[in-house]
Design a protein around this ligand. Structure first.
Ligand code: 4AD
Ligand code: MG
Length: 480
């Protein structure tokens, strides 16, 4: 296979060389002397121009060169006469690998709404927008591994099937066994699922944290990066039923170290995308700017996408406690809505996304690390502070996104942890393996979870989390 990727062709001067390119037709235009074909092969947002001389290329073949068709082109790279590009390929032969009927192929060259494209998730990967999003997503995933590898963290694969519910949210997907050939049926003829394969009820993991903690107690600094599942029926632009989470867990780290790591890590992966995804981010920046013009004036963001990313990388995150945040909200005249008032009356309630947005987008105008939440709105494993009311939690809030990271220093003291679990009705006998880490060689440790899709959402400037994962899983959507 002599195929040259378009990205490679655009990097160096190949003029005078013979080349073979393969890809999908974006557009075709012809005059009586010549046909121009814009072709894209996925390696870059940029198309490559193919020049087909009707004297060399059969008319029947050119007829089949329609938007969406897949082609193999042999030819010579020549300097381009046109203004759009420096070089182009002058075709000596064109093979149509796969046709795309103009009448039925849904992605004709015009602007399609994201809602429409979501219905055809199997084809939307061929568009400029989704090509850019998934190349950026790849770069971010690579940057995650690079960051931790360079710091000496070890990548741990935690189980997908588990019998624990780390977050205690109770919104898990149950795992059941089905004998396909011989499905047991109930009296009504419905399938009767067996639930005894593991001799225990099991579910898809909501977080790899607890297993991550076990690993950190031997390898000291680890991270996970895997799929997690939550059956929450929240039909929002920020929630998926299946999302990818990155969860570092570090022995010998306190809450402060945890915050420092999270901030440094986020800045690294965003910088990595800025440096390595220039073309895609420029495209997405223009796209986001167009989108802004459709919003109401007071909801438009003042900064463009790339400027926003640079701003986050170059400025310190704001660090405040939950109690300070409540004070800020209490003293803000910004909003007289009921929800706001309810909150300011009562220390101890969780912040609504409206409050988070106010802090991040109106008050501080930068990412915020919110710490030391009331213990009753946070998970059992968070380290209890000396005040008896709060825990060493941290949430990181991003403009336009809300919560992007959740984490904490962990409760390493066996007696405190056991007592808290009892208070929260978490069975201590079943979690004997978790408590063993506190029985044997316990040490202060901390960690956090970054929702990968929320990061991709922020970096690509897309508005809906369904548009940054190739095949989103949301209530009612699991076909492809
Ligand atoms: O705040 P969460 O629930 O924290 C945990 O799961 C901890 N065990 C993490 C840890 O300390 N190791 O989830 C962490 C992050 C959130 O901040 C959010 O970015 C993302 O995961 N997240 C979701 N992303 C998409 N869809 C959902 N339904 C999400 N739920 C959480
Ligand atoms: Mg959270």
């Amino acid at each position: 296979n002599k195929r040259i990727k378009i990205k490679k062709l655009l990097e160096n001067d190949h003029i005078g060389q013979d080349a073979t390119i393969m890809g999908w037709v974006r557009t075709k235009r012809s005059n009586k002397n010549v046909t121009f074909i814009a072709i894209n092969d996925g390696s870059t947002i940029n198309n490559y121009q193919v020049v087909a001389d009707p004297a060399l290329i059969d008319e029947d073949i050119l007829k089949k060169v329609t938007t969406g068709a897949c082609l193999k082109i042999n030819g010579r790279i020549v300097a381009s006469q046109g203004a759009g590009q420096q070089a182009e390929i002058s075709a000596s032969s064109i093979e149509v690998l796969g046709e795309a009927d103009t009448e039925t192929y849904p992605l004709q060259p015009k602007k399609h709404s994201l809602e429409f494209l979501r219905e055809i998730a199997h084809l939307r990967i061929r568009t400029n927008t989704f090509g850019a999003v998934f190349r950026v997503r790849h770069a971010l995933a690579f940057a995650v591994h690079k960051y931790f590898n360079d710091k000496g963290f070890f990548y741990i694969h935690t189980p997908i099937i588990t019998s624990s519910d780390a977050e205690g949210a109770g919104e898990t997907f149950k795992v059941t066994v089905l004998d396909i050939k011989n499905p047991p049926l109930t009296e009504e003829g419905k399938i009767n699922f067996k639930e005894d394969f593991f001799e225990k009820e099991t579910n898809l993991t909501v977080s790899g944290q607890l297993e991550g903690e076990l690993a950190a107690m031997g390898l000291a600094e680890i991270y996970t990066f895997g799929p997690t599942f939550r059956a929450e029926n929240s039909n929002t632009a920020r929630h998926l039923a299946e999302f990818w989470m990155i969860e570092p867990e570090m022995a010998f780290y306190d809450a402060q170290d945890n915050q420092d790591l999270a901030e440094d890590f986020l800045k690294f992966v965003i910088s990595y995308a800025l440096e390595n995804c220039k073309d895609d981010l420029e495209f997405l920046d223009k796209r986001a700017a167009e989108e802004e013009t459709t919003k109401k004036a007071d909801q438009r963001s003042e900064m463009g996408l790339i400027d926003r990313l640079k701003f986050v990388v170059e400025n310190e995150f704001q660090r405040i406690t939950y109690t300070e945040a409540i004070d800020i909200l209490r003293n803000s005249n910004h909003n007289k809505k009921k929800k706001f008032q309810y909150l300011v009356e009562s220390w101890g309630v969780d912040l609504q996304s409206e409050h988070e947005r106010y802090l991040v987008e109106k008050h501080f105008n930068k990412p915020v690390i919110l710490t030391d939440y009331p213990k009753d709105i946070k998970a059992f494993y968070m380290r209890q502070n000396d005040d008896g009311k709060t825990v060493a939690a941290m949430d990181i809030l991003f403009p336009g996104i809300g919560e992007i990271v959740g984490g904490s220093q962990r409760e390493e003291r066996l007696d405190y942890l056991t007592k808290r679990m009892e208070e929260m009705n978490i069975p201590t006998e079943e979690m004997w393996w978790y408590l063993d880490t506190r029985r044997f060689g316990s040490t202060p440790h901390a960690g956090f979870g970054l929702g990968f899709e929320r990061l991709v959402l922020f970096v690509t400037g897309m508005g809906n989390i369904r548009d940054v994962i190739a095949f989103p899983r949301t209530p009612g959507h699991a076909e492809f």
